[in-house]
Design a protein. Structure first.
Length: 338
């Protein structure tokens, strides 16, 4: 390497370090920019973050031996039991110059989807616009890169979008047979005056939460019957890649309470075999936790069916009826970047 090139690299390194330090010491006023994204970890990583990862040698398809990081952490859907922050399963670093290549490899998890529509082969990249990447399979075939999909049979879904000045890539990889499920992602940059930052996750999609009012229900049951007809509620404006987290029913009014000793609310979720545990009407608000997981999920899109069940009547009279009115809300997780 020539002395001129060495001096150029040293200067580039100093510029990048100065930029990072200045951003930390002199933050931009809140009213001058958007609020920082929960998926932007540029203030967390050091300029040498990539050096901190343990690396393994790898021989490429053209016989070259390179070093790469084993990205063994697999992103998981958040739940009330195991709700890890976005940084927990993340990999990321700064690209320090235009000659640097940063490599990682991960495994296509080959999940079946018997009870879930979540793709656990999802690669999400959150990066500065100057970051470039490419994903190759075990045979060295280019699958997808910064410009888009290169092997359509190996990618189920791809979307490129922007968030708070960053570029987001959402990629669902096609499940592969055993022995062919390894992928390598390589990050680089053409920039000569910035040190761009990137983060990526593999496994379940990154998710965000949202809540929607599904509507108001009126449920009626006549004496001696133990259940009412189901009241259908259709969800609207829900993203395609979204899953029910919980359903909450708030009681508005009821009549005929003196005729019954108990009654429960039952919720049937859209497009799923998951059985929700009935909840007594006296427990308003009634909360039904779905908690999406590898085991099973319910799409947030679709028809919800609410009914009264387990109705117990007082006395021996066959007259009388019970009516319940309530408002139904649904909280869902949706895939970020999709």
């Amino acid at each position: 390497m020539t002395l001129k090139k060495k001096l150029g690299r040293i200067l580039m390194y100093c510029v990048c370090a100065s930029l990072i330090i200045s951003c930390c010491l002199f933050p931009i006023p809140v009213n001058a920019a958007e609020a920082p994204s929960e998926f932007d970890f540029s203030a967390v990583d050091s300029i040498d973050a990539y050096d901190e990862y343990k690396k393994e040698p790898f021989e490429t398809s053209d016989g070259e031996t390179v070093m790469r990081v084993r990205a063994s952490l697999e992103n998981r859907l958040p739940s009330s039991i195991n709700d890890y922050p976005p940084n927990y399963y993340r990999y990321g670093a700064y690209l320090r110059n235009s000659d640097e290549l940063q490599r990682y490899y991960f495994y296509n998890l080959e999940y079946t989807r018997s009870n879930t529509t979540v793709c656990y082969n999802t690669l999400t990249i959150y990066a500065d616009p100057e970051v470039k990447f490419e994903v190759v399979n075990t045979m060295g075939q280019l699958v997808v890169d910064t410009d888009g999909v290169k092997a359509a049979n190996l990618v189920e879904y791809y979307k490129k979008s922007s968030d708070n000045g960053h570029t987001v890539y959402f990629i669902e990889l096609t499940p592969m047979q055993s022995g062919q499920s390894e992928y390598m992602v390589t990050f680089s940059t053409d920039s000569v005056d910035t040190c761009p930052h990137y983060s990526f996750w593999f496994g379940a999609p990154l998710t965000k939460k949202a809540t929607v009012v599904l509507g108001t229900i009126t449920l009626s049951v006549s004496a001696r019957y133990t259940a009412s007809a189901a009241y259908p509620l259709q969800s609207y404006g829900i993203p395609k890649r979204a899953w029910v987290n919980k359903v909450t029913i708030k009681k508005l009014s009821s009549t005929g309470d003196s005729y019954i000793s108990r009654a429960s609310l039952n919720v049937a979720l859209p497009n799923t075999a998951i059985n929700m545990v009935p909840s007594n009407v006296s427990s308003s608000p009634n909360v039904f936790d779905a908690i999406p997981s590898v085991v099973g999920t319910s799409d947030a899109q679709g028809t919800y069916k609410i009914s009264l069940t387990n109705v117990s009547w007082l006395g021996t009279s066959y007259s009388g009826s019970y009516q319940y009115r309530g408002q139904v809300r649904m909280e869902y997780l949706y895939a970020f970047g999709a």
